[in-house]
Design a protein around this ligand. Sequence first.
Ligand SMILES: [Zn+2]
Length: 117
Amino acid sequence: MNAVLLDEDGIPLYVPGEHTAYTEGYHIYFNTKGNTTTLDQHSVSGIALIAHELVHTRQYQRSIGFPVAYLAEAGRVRANGGDPGGYGNKFEKEAYDEGGRIEAELRAKYKDGVACP
Ligand SMILES: [Zn+2]
């Protein structure tokens, strides 16, 4: 596996819509507004977000056709009235499941939500 780049310079301008984070290949972009970023390696929810985005880096590794397959899946979900970036998208489901699993594990261990002060 290549090194994953955690980028706090914001979501690329060519990406439509509002996103907490966005992954392209090994590059994870975190949303940045003013002086705040969605990259947070200290909180349980921040680590769960990183886990979610790491699933997308693995999806890129699994298939060179992943970006096209993702767009097709998002289009299918949208055509059925769903949220293309939501749980109905099979690629997002995989990522939400992993992020949720990590979040539940950490919440059980760090009740205050701070995993890594
Ligand atoms: Zn996602």
